[in-house]
Write a protein that binds this ligand. Structure first.
Ligand code: S3P
Length: 414
């Protein structure tokens, strides 16, 4: 068996969330093509509808009308989606909306004080239980703040940017480590009063944004699973067309190249301010590398599949400075180490990462997904290296980001 062919993927999850939220700030109908098909983005769409921002979905196209927000009459259920809850809290605070936020068991474990603290500093009144959901925002007038996030997080940055658009005075954000910059890019494209040159400055939005039409580029975090499969299985070669190539998001492909894998970007272009290209990935022998903290934000969602790649590399791969992985949809350091060990891998778990040694033979097993979509997809790909494939304790969690995953995987397995 080898991986081959040419595929295109549904739109990037991060850009899809932002396209919906920025559309809400316009005064007309926006059209979003190739929107992410996962449940997370549906959570954002449904929560916006609860706040009076209606949309209609037909295939992978959403038509959404911006305009007047209203207080939701029931708690906003953000499901499994950290991006929904964190960005929406900022957006709604800026719109002086009163809302209660809830979500699933995984979201209940994730830290919210990282947004509650700066929003409180801006003047939002927030009631929470120990910085977790459920929490309620009761906005007053918001003031601009100067903010240096204590964690490298695009969700936190974007929350404060969206709140800043509804504040009085200027908000300034200085990131210690640059994180994905889709909020800055879409702001610039739509003429929102945001500038970013290292420091991000946000001024209040004095009038609605112009309605827009956008074609969301393919999700590079979903592309990583097929690229990894091709890099793991000798004689494989795959082209993934129309992939988002924003420099803050292609860390996986840079890491794969550094590990010796075949990676070539072609047909580079710009769409709605974002870099897009076709990426050709082919099998080459892999070597181990060290991934340290400054690289982590650009591979934050891809570290589980990088761990799978590392099992087939000549020499150890180390990941450090990645403690954020412990507060994702599950504790991904734990889940990666536990499942690789169960497959017969040679792994050492660290507080802030892991060390993975070469392991020529992996065995199929029953994977504990912790209902985490990226763990489920990473270990489905890892199963391709075994005789009988892995089974997952939960297949459905893949729908969180990528319901088409199995269909596309079957398509590329020759
Ligand atoms: C995201 C940012 C990242 C990432 C998540 C999506 C976003 O989270 O893990 O899947 O769209 O802003 P953090 O910013 O909290 O690291």
């Amino acid at each position: 068996m080898r991986i081959k062919g040419e595929i295109s993927l549904p739109g990037d999850k991060s850009i899809s969330h932002r396209a919906l939220m920025f559309a809400s700030l316009t005064d007309g109908e926006c059209v979003i093509h190739n929107i992410s098909t996962g449940e997370d983005v549906e959570s954002t769409r449904k929560c916006l509808a609860e706040c009076g921002i209606q949309s209609v979905k037909s295939g992978n196209t959403v038509r959404i009308k911006g305009g007047v927000f209203s207080n939701p009459d029931k708690p906003l259920n953000c499901g499994n989606s950290g991006t929904t809850i964190r960005l929406l809290a900022g957006l709604l605070a800026g719109k002086r909306i009163t809302a209660e936020f809830t979500g699933d068991d995984s979201l209940a474990k994730r830290p919210m004080s990282r947004i509650i603290d700066p929003l409180t500093e801006m003047g939002v009144v927030i009631e929470s239980i120990n910085g977790h959901i459920p929490f309620t925002i009761k906005p007053k007038e918001l003031n601009g703040i100067s903010f240096v996030p204590s964690v490298a997080s695009a969700q936190v940055k974007s929350c404060i940017m969206l709140a800043g658009l509804g504040a009085i005075g200027q908000t300034v954000i200085d990131e210690n480590v640059k994180t994905r910059d889709h909020s800055e890019i879409i702001s610039k494209e739509l003429g929102a009063p945001v500038s970013s040159n290292g420091t991000i400055s946000i001024n209040p939005l004095s009038r609605p944004l112009q309605p827009f039409e956008i074609n969301v580029p393919g999700d590079p975090s979903s592309a990583a699973f097929f690229a990894a499969a091709a890099a793991l299985i000798p004689n494989s070669s795959i082209t993934i067309k129309n992939v988002l190539a924003n420099p803050t998001r292609i860390g996986f492909f840079q890491v794969l190249k550094k590990m010796g894998g075949g990676v070539e970007w072609q047909n580079m272009r710009k769409e709605c301010g974002e870099s897009v290209g076709d990426v050709h990935v082919f099998w080459e022998p892999l070597n181990g590398i060290d991934i340290t903290s400054e690289l982590v934000p650009s591979v934050i969602d891809e570290l589980p599949i990088i761990a799978v790649l590392a099992t087939q590399a000549d020499g150890p791969t180390t990941v450090s400075g990645a403690e954020e992985l412990r507060v994702k949809e599950c504790d991904r350091i734990r889940a990666v180490c536990e499942n690789l060990l169960a497959m017969g891998g040679e792994v050492i778990e660290k507080k802030d990462g892991f060390i993975i040694n070469q392991c020529n033979t992996l065995y199929n097993t029953n994977i504990k997904t912790y209902r985490d979509h990226r763990i489920a997809m990473s270990f489905t790909v890892a199963g391709l290296l075994t005789d009988a494939r892995n089974t997952l304790d939960d297949e459905d969690c893949i729908n969180i980001s990528f319901p088409e995953f199995h269909k596309v995987l079957t398509q590329v397995m020759g």
